[in-house]
Design a protein around this ligand. Structure first.
Ligand SMILES: O=C[C@H](O)COP(=O)(O)O
Length: 309
């Protein structure tokens, strides 16, 4: 939609109300036994299985992709009568240079490849180069592009320029889905997070995403609540459903359940699927598999028995 500052300029977020609501959310539902196993499988199907390390190689991306295609041990799935459910993660997320390796490893699995782009993680490169990076990643086989916004535009409340930047990235993505990373750990107030969410949605983001995983504070429940309320209001106003991706520091099954509760309470079941909800996570899958093993066998195994790849 066209830029319209009137839709968000008066937003003021009540910090203590957000934090109170966030603190009580996880207590609103108690998810145990087979329901917990089902929720964990749901969480798993929403993971963007990620590796964004300086020492990424072809072989670790190949192992990651093998895990993406077969995320839970067959004996565990069989015990849960889910062995024919074709459960996979939602996507594999890598740096541009590893896209070709992921394309090769994922073959005809239909698992999308997400590439981080636009000068990830800091985003401090000229717009022209950001556009080029997106185009190269799409040409290399990424069907999802995770862009980072220029935080200075948010800090300076330069909303028009932020809109133009995100809209230009949206155009460069073409058919590829675009997830816009706000890097909320570098945005000082909830109100600015809400405004940046609005501008990113107006400019055509398919998803808004909390963090790169590289900021000192990454995904939190209060920040997620602020972004999710913006998604809800944007949907009420326009009828358009924008997805949400918390990312960074989500490594435990229990945390994943809290985010699913948040989505269910605030956006409803419609958002609880990979079309509209993703976890950006490099090590969450291992803990989910470990909890599923506990559900099936009654025993906890050591974390090293569930390597990411
Ligand atoms: O977008 C995904 C994040 O970079 C992953 O962060 P993580 O390694 O803390 O799970």
């Amino acid at each position: 939609m066209p830029f319209d500052a009137n839709l968000f300029k008066d937003i003021n977020i009540n910090k203590s109300a957000v934090e109170r609501r966030a603190a009580t959310l996880s207590g609103r539902r108690s998810v145990k036994k087979q329901w917990q196993a089902a929720w964990l499988l749901k969480a798993l199907s929403c993971i963007d299985l990620t590796t964004l390390a300086g020492d990424d190689t072809k072989s670790n991306v190949h192992r990651l992709c093998a895990k993406a295609m077969s995320p839970v041990r067959h004996d565990l799935l069989k015990a849960m009568e889910m062995d024919n459910a074709n459960i996979t993660v939602a996507a594999v997320c890598v740096y541009h240079n590893l896209i070709a390796d992921a394309v090769e490893a994922l073959g005809d699995s239909n698992i999308p490849i997400a590439a981080v782009s636009t000068g990830f993680p800091a985003g401090n490169i000229p717009l022209k180069e950001k556009i080029k990076q997106i185009e190269l990643s799409v040409a290399a086989g990424a069907s999802e592009i995770d862009i980072v916004i220029s935080r200075n535009l948010v800090l300076e409340s330069n909303w028009n320029a932020l809109y133009d930047e995100v809209a230009a990235c949206r155009k460069a993505c073409g058919e590829a889905h675009m997830k816009t990373i706000l890097a909320t750990g570098e945005i000082p107030t909830y109100s600015k997070v809400a405004k940046a969410s609005w501008v990113s949605m107006m400019a055509g983001s398919d998803f808004i995403k909390t963090s790169t995983g590289k900021e000192s504070v990454n995904a939190t429940i209060p920040i997620s609540l602020v972004m999710i309320r913006a998604i809800r209001e944007y949907h009420e106003l326009t009828g358009y459903k924008v997805g949400f991706k918390p990312a960074g520091g989500i490594s435990k099954a229990k945390q994943a359940l809290n985010w699913l509760i948040l989505i269910k309470e605030e956006l409803g079941n419609e958002w609880l699927n990979p079309e509209l909800f993703r976890f950006g996570a490099s090590s969450l899958l291992g803990d989910i598999e470990r909890q599923l093993e506990h559900y099936v066998t009654g025993r906890y195994s050591a974390a090293f028995r569930h390597p990411m790849a």
